[in-house]
Write a protein that binds this ligand. Structure first.
Ligand SMILES: Cc1cc2nc3c(=O)[nH]c(=O)nc-3n(C[C@H](O)[C@H](O)[C@H](O)COP(=O)(O)OP(=O)(O)OC[C@H]3O[C@@H](n4cnc5c(N)ncnc54)[C@H](O)[C@@H]3O)c2cc1C
Length: 385
């Protein structure tokens, strides 16, 4: 019997890979640092593309998740201080929805439940990977659990740790710090959302307001650290007033706000490596600005594509340089496209150079009448194409 494939990190990307493989009969072992159930309350709102929903559907977890997800029927893109705006509508592209908003916690719980029913999956919680070694023959992972040290060996180790511990495998990253933070929280608006997601570009940074629940929205407000830090300190009323001033009147007044948390924004990508028996996927491989909700969806496509390569490899090919090269090649376009696309949006629509605002609003106006460009945009956001 083959050694299980080892996945370091049981976040959504690692868990989806594990599910695809285990359902196809491949044994997997997942090392997850957090305690069991610890992520189920995570309220972070993930924007799932239609393509990601299809992946979850195929795995049989969408039925449980569907009542917890809010569909996005329309994306409204606007710019502060200009009349230019563009609308993307699911119906115009024969899509049931442009995407879905779902909490990280709900997704984690559904994936872990599905994994727990499969006999060829072993998920170890509070198992903290410390080092990954690899040579021409195999890879091994040392990890610590209950104060004891362990070592596992496999033909293939997949690093899906969200990028927390790049030093685990001595991998080099190229990182661009935006110098911006993202504030995330939930707000309740006076008017119903009608399943419209708003993307608003301001000179300080993009703001995304995603429908999440009956009347609730998840808010991602980005800007320079000096702008975002004081927003965390404001009382709720003052915060809502300031947000209303930035966002405008589209959904009326904002009535309440949840807990506000903030994280730094960066774009980062692993440098190309030739590491037999070790592959890196999801946020561990690339991190994007959240402006267009691309990062998480690119990560799920990493998992799906890697699974295809694993399932079609012979035992001799599994984890070999050739197989991993082919996997990397299959992902280059999507990953680069996602990184460039998000970076382009941030630079074009939030740059405050003289004359640029007029170009930007013209850009949005032109986009609104250019059907093929809009279709490409929808394809990119939905399927990474
Ligand atoms: C603070 C924060 C807020 C975010 N907010 C949003 C948002 O509002 N909307 C959005 O679309 N995206 C958001 N993102 C991005 C989104 O969370 C990621 O795109 C997505 O989680 C990537 O999934 P992943 O499985 O690759 O990594 P993760 O979800 O990070 O999962 C990695 C897993 O690996 C485990 N792990 C880490 N190190 C080890 C180790 N040494 N040993 C064993 N296990 C380990 C972790 O415990 C974790 O469970 C946010 C990211 C962060 C960090």
């Amino acid at each position: 019997m083959m050694n299980p494939i080892i996945i370091v990190g049981g976040g959504p990307v690692g868990a989806v890979l594990a599910l695809i493989l285990a359902k196809a009969g491949i044994p997997v072992k997942i090392l997850e640092a957090r305690p069991q159930g610890a992520s189920h309350g995570d309220q972070r709102a993930l924007a799932l593309s239609f393509g990601s929903r299809r992946i979850l559907d195929k795995l049989g977890v969408w039925t449980d998740l569907s009542p917890l997800a809010t569909s996005i029927q329309t994306i409204h893109v606007s710019q502060k201080g200009s009349l230019g705006r563009t609308l993307l509508k699911a119906g115009d592209y024969q899509l049931e929805a442009l995407g879905y908003v779902l909490s990280y916690g709900a997704l984690s719980a559904a994936l872990e439940k599905a994994l727990s029913t499969l006999p060829n999956v072993e998920m170890l919680f509070e198992a903290n990977a410390e080092h990954i070694y690899q040579d021409a023959q195999e890879a091994s992972v040392s990890y610590r659990m209950d104060g004891e040290g362990y070592l596992l060996e496999s033909n293939l180790v997949v690093l899906a740790d969200g990028g927390r511990s790049a030093e685990l495998a001595h991998l080099e990253r190229d990182t661009k710090e935006y110098g911006d933070d993202a504030l995330i929280t939930k707000v309740v608006a006076e008017l119903p959302h009608h399943n419209i997601a708003y993307e608003r570009f301001t000179p300080e940074g993009p703001i995304a307001l995603l429908p999440n629940g009956e009347r609730d929205f998840s808010l991602v407000w980005t800007g320079k650290k000096e702008l975002i830090a004081p927003l965390l300190m404001l009382n709720d009323d003052e915060f809502l007033k300031q947000f209303h001033a930035q966002f405008g009147d589209r959904v009326g007044r904002f009535l309440s706000v949840g807990k506000r948390v903030c994280f730094p924004l960066k774009m980062s990508k692993l440098q190309p490596t030739q590491t037999p028996h070790l592959v890196v996927i999801g946020n561990a491989a690339q991190t994007m600005h959240p402006v267009a909700g691309q990062g998480f969806n690119v990560g799920l496509r990493d998992a799906e594509s890697l699974a295809k390569h694993i399932l079609t490899a012979t035992p001799e090919q599994l984890g070999g340089v050739e197989m991993l090269k082919q996997y990397q090649a299959s992902r280059t376009r999507d990953t680069k496209g996602g990184l460039l696309f998000t970076d382009f949006l941030v630079n074009t629509f939030t740059n405050d150079l003289l004359g640029v605002p007029r170009f930007r609003s013209m850009g949005l106006g032109i986009l609104d009448v250019l059907k093929p460009v809009k279709k490409q945009l929808v394809n990119k956001m939905s399927f990474g194409k």
